[in-house]
Every structure is written in structure tokens, then in C-alpha cells.
Ligand binder design. Structure first.
Ligand SMILES: NC(=O)c1ccc[n+]([C@@H]2O[C@H](COP(=O)([O-])OP(=O)(O)OC[C@H]3O[C@@H](n4cnc5c(N)ncnc54)[C@H](OP(=O)(O)O)[C@@H]3O)[C@@H](O)[C@H]2O)c1
Length: 291
């Protein structure tokens, strides 16, 4: 059974590992390619990775379309669909239109979570937050959040909201990209906001690791009978308030990612990867039998 955790203060549970969709391309691909993508997403859903992350920019709408075709086969209430708005909209109206188009491609009437993909310099943060609140009020999204926001910007955005709370910041975080583990996560843990770690496998699948890091991952992998990628994913989600969304086209990767949810590392095993000394809340670490 896939591990689920509470999403910020919502009292709602979300799969701790979901599925990324950056990479679903719209160019020069045949039907077999899209069929394979759909099959991977289906297997992921059936293994409990029911949080699906997409964005209007992925494959210029194609990713949302493919996700939309797959999720129709399932009970909508069992799924958690996140999408993101590009920072190219410079009017409230075009933001709203973009949300509407994303929903249409996904063929759903509401997102579970809608995020501002990157800070948008073209429209005031106040107006952007106003649109996000409108979208909640209009029933177009259940929750709102941001992505690639610094803690400072996140706080500013939150302060501009009148009725809603930002429940999520989606950030680049992994065993090789630890900046946000040090700089951002302590704040989100403190406020009980969920941080989604994107590119949990460094975007390339951690294929070019070498030296000490690879060695450590392999050693721990041996103990849990797991690959280095599974250990890297387990490392992230054993931090409190962190969920993640690896992207996998290959079904063997989808299965491996789902299995990573059952790996509970010890506190020591988590800490040996830190590039800086840090005191973070850890979640569900194994019963502390360190070796
Ligand atoms: N908010 C943002 O600005 C932002 C930015 C980047 C990403 N994201 C989101 O985060 C998701 C994940 O990040 P990402 O796509 O950059 O990359 P990622 O998940 O870090 O890595 C994907 C790569 O890892 C491989 N892989 C997946 N599972 C594996 C496993 N168990 N063992 C070995 N290799 C494995 C994949 O191979 P195959 O595909 O061949 O199976 C692919 O090459 C995105 O798809 C997107 O939804 C958001």
C-alpha cells in the first residue's frame, strides 16, 4: 500500500510519491509512445501513486491531454491532480483563461492543486493571488500553491491572500540538489506546509553519479535490497512535510518508484547525505537500528 501523508493543514491525505509528467512530448512521436506513457501512468495509479503532477507548459498542453485521457478511467475522487500556470500571463483575464484551458485539456472541472509555476514579473503578486483566490471560490481548484518561490516570496504571497492559504511550494530538491532542504524546508516544516520535491532523481535519473555519493547510496541500497534511485527517493520522503513526484516513462521505473515508499531509512542514514549540518524533522524513520 502506498504511504500517504497529510497535505499541509488540510486533513487530506496525499500519496507521498506521485508521478511527474515533464517529458511527455508533443513533437515527432508516434501512437506507441503515447500508449506507453498512458500505460506507465496507469501502472503508477494502480500502485497508489495517485498524485499526478502536470503543467500547461509540459509538451505545450500535450501532457495535460494525456493525463486527462488516463484519469478518465479512474474514480476522480481517488486522484489528486496538480497543474501549474506559466509566468507569461500579464492580465488577470489571461490567467483565468489559462486555467480554463488546462482544465479543458485535462477534461476535469477542477484541479486539486493549482500552482504558479515560476514567479511572474509581468503581473503584480497581489493580482496573481487575487486570481488564485477567485479560482478557489469558483470551484476551479480545491487548493492553491506556488513553485520555485523563495521563502521570502512565499511569505509575501501568503500575506496578500485574503481567504485562502498556500499549502504547497514545489521546489527542486534531491540528494544532489540540497539547497531547498537547508534553505526552505525548515520554514515549511515549521508552518506545516507541504513541500513537493521535483526532479528527485536530478532530472537525468542519477545515471552519472560517481565517487563517495554513489558508494554511500549503493551501501545503503544493499541493506534494503534497493537501487540507488530508490534510496534517493526514500531519503527525500523520510523528511517531514516532503512529498515527491519522480517522472518515469519506463514501467520498471514506475514500479521501482512506488516501492521506494516502503523504505524507512534510519536517522543516521539520512544524515550521512547532508552536505551541511542541519537539524530537520524526519518522518517515519526506521526504528533506529543504525549499523
Ligand atoms: N515546478 C517545476 O519547475 C518543475 C521542474 C522540473 C520538474 N518538475 C516536475 O517534477 C517531475 C520530476 O522531475 P524530472 O522530470 O525533472 O526528473 P526526475 O524525476 O528527477 O528524473 C527523471 C529521470 O529518471 C529516470 N527514472 C525514474 N525513475 C527511475 C528509477 N526508479 N530508476 C532509474 N531511473 C529512473 C527517468 O527515466 P524514464 O523516464 O526513462 O523511465 C528519467 O530519465 C517532472 O516530471 C515534473 O512533473 C517540476
Amino acid at each position: 500500500m502506498m504511504r500517504k501523508v497529510e497535505l499541509a493543514n488540510t486533513k487530506e491525505k496525499i500519496s507521498i510519491i506521485g508521478q511527474g509528467t515533464w517529458g511527455i512530448s508533443r513533437f515527432f512521436k508516434d501512437q506507441a509512445y503515447y500508449d506507453q506513457w498512458k500505460e506507465s501512468l496507469r501502472i503508477g495509479i494502480e500502485l497508489g501513486m495517485t498524485h499526478i503532477d502536470t503543467a500547461e507548459v509540459y509538451g505545450w498542453g500535450k501532457a495535460e491531454k494525456i493525463v486527462g485521457q488516463v484519469i478518465k478511467e479512474y474514480d476522480r475522487d481517488e486522484l489528486f491532480i496538480t497543474s501549474k500556470i506559466l509566468p507569461i500571463h500579464f492580465r488577470r483575464k489571461t490567467m483565468k483563461k489559462a486555467a480554463k484551458k488546462s482544465l479543458k485539456r485535462l477534461d476535469i472541472d477542477h484541479f486539486d492543486l493549482y500552482l504558479i509555476h515560476w514567479p511572474n514579473p509581468l503581473l503584480s503578486l497581489e493580482k496573481q493571488m487575487g486570481v488564485m483566490e477567485d479560482l478557489v471560490r469558483e470551484g476551479k481548484t480545491r487548493y492553491i500553491g506556488v513553485s520555485n518561490f523563495s521563502v521570502e516570496r512565499f511569505k509575501k504571497a501568503q500575506a496578500l491572500l485574503k481567504n485562502e492559504e498556500l499549502i504547497n511550494n514545489q521546489l527542486n530538491a534531491s540528494i544532489i540538489q540540497q539547497k531547498h532542504i537547508f534553505k526552505s524546508l525548515p520554514h515549511y516544516q515549521d508552518k506545516n506546509i507541504t513541500m513537493t520535491a521535483y526532479s528527485p532523481l536530478g532530472h537525468e535519473g542519477l545515471t552519472d553519479l560517481s565517487g563517495d555519493l554513489k558508494q554511500k547510496l549503493e551501501n545503503i541500497g544493499r541493506k534494503y535490497d534497493a537501487t540507488i534511485q530508490q534510496i534517493a527517493i526514500a531519503w527525500l520522503i523520510n523528511h517531514q512535510n516532503v512529498i515527491t513526484i519522480p517522472k518515469a516513462f519506463q514501467t520498471k521505473h514506475v514500479r521501482a518508484n512506488a516501492e521506494a515508499a516502503s523504505i524507512y531509512l534510519t536517522k543516521e542514514e539520512i544524515q550521512i547525505f547532508y552536505k551541511k549540518s542541519v537539524d530537520l524533522e524526519l518522518e517515519n524513520v526506521s526504528e533506529g537500528i543504525s549499523e
